[in-house]
Design a protein around this ligand. Structure first.
Ligand SMILES: CC(=O)SCCNC(=O)CCNC(=O)[C@H](O)C(C)(C)COP(=O)(O)OP(=O)(O)OC[C@H]1O[C@@H](n2cnc3c(N)ncnc32)[C@H](O)[C@@H]1OP(=O)(O)O
Ligand SMILES: O=C([O-])CC(=O)C(=O)O
Length: 464
């Protein structure tokens, strides 16, 4: 799929990062905040050097297409934790998803990397030791209870209100207790911004499972008991428990899902929104609440809900005897009616999404998932859709993105309420968005304010 040369360079780079990180993992017992404190000065120095030595270096020109085409391809944002390659997909501090699967600590008795481990990697660029991850899980459980006023707010919402609307409201309301906002009002120095931002980010990540589970409970499970936080469980062990799913396979799936959806460089709509809002020094709760409403759009995170809706409509129409020919006809019907095929295409990727591949591998390793009609239909659609989209000739990327499969596994395990699926994505994307907010404060990044142009102004510039 990729050039052999670039594959070898990528492999050796990833091995080097992996070896260095592994040594650190064996050695360190420092807390997340202490580790972060250690790595900040070198990054601050790197930024200073870039500014003073290369501030005027060009990274490419800006075309009219960039301006009117959703800024596609424009290199215009600093984002530290991950970089997306159009062909290879995402790397977190240089590590691919398989690298992370090998190196990041799992839950006791589990196999999948923990989102806590991914958070550690995103924030510090280092692989944590098991002891460090257990300590972080315990800290998150300790901080995970919702304040009573937020419980009351969520309980007062109509169950017909979309779960993503509820999640954004709950996250915004948590800013009542923002450490950053309180410290800013008191008048702290800029060098102290990051510690308060960090405190808010950790508190928010800790509280997302209880908030998200409460939303699920109120809408789909009212009347059933809602368990509290178990201080001995990891973040997602608790989330699954509070959702009412004690199934260990689903819990492992959620750990993998939430770890790999955590960050997708900075230009995606949710990450970019968090960064933009955060650049005004809005606190992490308000910044991430805004990001959630970008994630709730069907061209972005909500596509995982749309895939299920689309797939079920297809199944209803073509019946139980599913063939490639029938799927092909349904794909053409969707395209000819002017709709997009959800779960396919991407703003940057030009190959199948490695997150899609990782979730497919999870299914391939489990006979019950392989037998599931919902998951079989994902595979059959994957066998046909790229050909149809190529023939249709519009999309630059005819391959599946992560949303093509993520919800189908949830459906198989009994989490069938697909309007809820983007909330799970929202629990995950906090890892990357909040990491960047901490770094934006530690690096003193400025207010984001690009220049816009009217069409007349563009024409004037072209003539000049
Ligand atoms: C986690 C994530 O956010 S992953 C993305 C999730 N979203 C989806 O799966 C929704 C379906 N996909 C899409 O709508 C698009 O591929 C996007 C929004 C993801 C990317 O959009 P773009 O970067 O503009 O894609 P691209 O440059 O290939 O678009 C060119 C044309 O192909 C169309 N196209 C792109 N993907 C698809 C698709 N899956 N089905 C049909 N048409 C498509 C676009 O709508 C556009 O049409 P237009 O010229 O009439 O406006
Ligand atoms: O990168 C993007 O534009 C969309 C995406 O896949 C994500 O945010 O996970």
């Amino acid at each position: 799929m990729f050039g052999r040369g670039s594959q070898l360079v990528a492999k050796s780079f990833s091995r080097n990062v992996a070896a260095a990180s592994f040594q650190r993992r064996l050695a360190s017992t420092k807390s997340l905040k202490e580790t972060l404190q250690e790595v900040i000065p070198a990054k601050q120095e790197q930024l200073k050097k870039l500014k003073t030595e290369h501030g005027q270096a060009s990274l490419g020109e800006v075309t009219v297409d960039n301006v009117i085409g959703g800024m596609r391809g424009l290199k215009a944002m600093l984002w530290e934790a991950s970089v997306l390659d159009p062909n290879e997909g995402i790397r977190f501090h240089g590590l691919t998803i398989p690298d992370c699967q090998k190196q990041l600590p799992a839950a006791p008795g589990g196999k999948e990397m923990l989102p806590e481990s991914m958070l550690w990697l995103l924030l510090t660029g280092q692989i944590p030791s098991e002891a460090q991850v257990r300590q972080l899980s315990a800290e998150l459980a300790e901080k995970g209870e919702l304040p009573a006023y937020v419980e009351k707010l969520i309980d007062s919402l109509p169950p017909t209100l979309h779960p993503m609307t509820q999640l954004g409201m709950g996250v915004a309301a948590l800013n009542h207790d923002s450490s950053f906002q309180a410290a800013y009002e008191k008048g702290i120095k800029k060098t102290e911004y990051w510690t308060h931002t960090f405190e808010d980010c950790i508190n928010l990540i800790a509280r997302l499972p209880a908030l998200s589970a409460r939303i699920y409970h109120n809408i789909y499970n009212a009347g059933a008991p809602l368990p509290g936080i178990d201080k001995k469980l990891d973040l997602i062990g608790n989330y699954a428990n509070m959702l009412g799913f004690a199934n260990e396979d689903l819990t492992e799936y959620l750990r993998l899902y939430i770890a790999i959806h955590g960050d997708h460089e900075g230009g995606n709509a949710s990450a970019h929104t968090a960064h933009l809002v955060g650049s005004t020094l809005s606190d992490p709760y308000l910044s991430y609440s805004a990001a959630l409403y970008a994630l709730a759009g069907p061209l972005h995170g909500l596509a995982n809900q749309e895939v299920l809706r689309w797939q079920m409509a297809m199944q209803k129409e073509i019946g139980d005897e599913i063939t490639h020919e029938k799927i092909k006809d349904y794909l053409w019907k969707t395209l000819k009616s002017g709709q997009v095929v959800p779960g396919y295409g991407h703003g940057v990727l030009r190959n199948p999404d490695p997150r899609f591949m990782a979730l497919q591998e999870f299914c391939d390793a489990r006979p019950d998932l392989l037998k599931s009609p919902t998951i079989q239909l994902v595979k059959q659609t994957y066998e046909v859709a790229p050909g149809v989209l190529k023939e249709h000739g519009k999309t630059k990327n005819p391959y599946p993105n992560v949303d093509a499969t993520s919800g189908c596994v949830l459906y198989h395990y009994g989490l069938t309420q697909f309007k809820y699926y983007t909330v799970i994505f929202g629990v995950s994307r906090a890892l990357g968005c909040l990491t960047q907010l901490v770094w934006a404060r530690a690096l003193g990044l400025p207010l984001e304010r690009p220049k816009s142009l009217s069409m007349d102004a563009i024409e004037k510039l072209i003539k000049a």
